[in-house]
Write a protein that binds this ligand. Structure first.
Ligand SMILES: *[C@@H]1O[C@H](CO)[C@@H](O)[C@H](O)[C@H]1NC(C)=O
Length: 292
C-alpha cells in the first residue's frame, strides 16, 4: 500500500472516528519503522506479528486490517494478557465498522451479523485463527489494567472468488465475476472517483425495460458512509459500458446476480481532482454527489 494512500486512509478514519473521540489516538505509522507495535488506533496493511502493550488504560481502540482485493485476512491472537472480568475485551470483526456502519452490509455478507464477531473473552476455546470473508477485517479492544496486552498475527490468503472488496487505493482497475451464484457483491472505493465501466456482461439478454427488473445488473452507489444499503443509487446498468464522476466520499460498484448467469463487470477508476469535486452549494439530495 502506497504511503500516500495509507495516510489518506488514516485521515479518513480520523474524520470518521473523531465523533467517537478516537481521533486523538491516531498517529501515522512510518512504514519503514521495523518495530511491529500496534497502536490504539491503527491501520495494518501488511502481514506480520503486531504487539499491543499499554502502560495506561485504553478504552476504545481499533485496528483496521486491509489486504489486496483478491486476499482474505487470517488473524490469530497470542500472548493475551487482559482481564476479561474487569471489562477488558478483544473482538475480531469480519469486515469494517465506521460511524456505526458496516462493510460489507448485513444484506451482502454471507454470515449473519452475530457470527461476524469473535469475542476473545467469551469464546470457549480461545486460540485458532479467524479468517475474514473479504479483504478487510477489524479488531476492537479495551484494556483497563496497565502492562496488559496481546499479540496479533496477520497473514493473507488468496481468495479465489472475491465478492465484497474495499479498495486500498484511489485508482486502479478490477473485474468482478459472479458465476451462477445468487450473491450481491460490492466493490467500495472510499474516495471521490471517476469510474469507467469498460465491460459489462450479464446473462445473454439485452434488457428492454430497464435493469432492475432483470435480477442481473450493476448498481453505482454514492454516499458518505460504508454501508452500501444506506447509499444513494446513482445509476443502474445492465447493458452498455459507461463513464461517471462520483463525488461522494465512498463510491461503490455493486453487482447484483440472480444466479442464472455468469456475470462479469470490469471497471477502471481514478481519483477526482479537487476542482472536479462537487461544491458545497450543490448539495441538493438528488444530485448529492454527482458531478458532470
Ligand atoms: C441482491 O440485491 C437485490 C437488490 O438490492 C435484492 O433484491 C436481492 O434480494 C439480493 N440478493 C441476495 C441474495 O441478497
Amino acid at each position: 500500500m502506497a504511503v500516500s494512500a495509507r495516510i489518506h486512509m488514516l485521515l479518513l478514519l480520523i474524520s470518521l472516528l473523531s465523533r467517537l473521540g478516537l481521533g486523538r489516538y491516531i498517529e501515522v505509522r512510518n512504514p519503514s519503522f521495523p518495530m511491529l507495535a500496534c497502536r490504539c488506533l491503527d491501520m495494518l496493511a501488511t502481514e506480520g506479528q503486531f504487539t499491543f502493550m499499554t502502560a495506561q488504560p485504553q478504552l476504545a481502540c481499533a485496528a483496521f486490517l486491509i489486504g489486496e482485493p483478491t486476499e482474505v485476512i487470517s488473524l490469530e491472537l497470542s500472548d493475551v494478557n487482559i482481564d476479561c472480568s474487569a471489562g477488558d475485551f478483544i473482538k475480531i470483526f469480519d469486515g469494517w465498522v465506521l460511524k456505526g456502519e458496516k462493510f460489507p452490509s448485513s444484506q451482502d455478507h454471507p454470515l449473519p451479523l452475530r457470527q461476524r464477531y469473535t469475542d476473545y473473552c467469551s469464546s470457549s476455546a480461545a486460540g485458532g485463527a479467524v479468517l475474514s470473508s473479504q479483504n478487510v477485517a477489524m479488531v476492537f479492544f479495551r484494556i483497563h489494567s496497565p502492562d496488559s496486552g496481546f499479540t496479533l498475527t496477520v497473514k493473507k490468503q488468496h481468495n479465489p472468488m472475491p465478492c465484497n472488496i474495499m479498495s486500498q487505493s484511489p485508482e486502479g482497475s478490477f473485474t468482478m465475476v459472479m458465476p451462477h451464484h445468487h450473491w450481491n457483491c460490492s466493490f467500495s472505493i472510499i474516495y471521490p472517483v471517476e469510474l469507467q465501466l469498460t465491460e459489462l456482461s450479464l446473462g445473454q439478454r439485452p434488457m428492454r425495460w430497464g435493469c432492475t427488473g432483470s435480477g442481473d445488473y450493476v448498481e453505482l452507489l454514492g454516499g458518505n458512509g460504508v454501508d452500501t444499503s444506506k447509499m444513494y443509487p446513482m445509476a443502474d446498468l445492465c447493458f452498455s459500458p459507461t463513464q461517471m464522476r462520483m463525488g461522494c466520499d465512498n463510491s461503490v460498484v455493486r453487482l447484483v446476480s440472480s444466479g442464472n448467469y455468469v456475470n462479469r463487470v470490469s471497471f477502471r477508476y481514478r481519483l477526482l481532482g479537487r476542482s472536479e469535486q462537487p461544491q458545497a452549494s450543490e448539495n441538493s439530495l438528488d444530485d448529492f454527489c454527482t458531478v458532470g
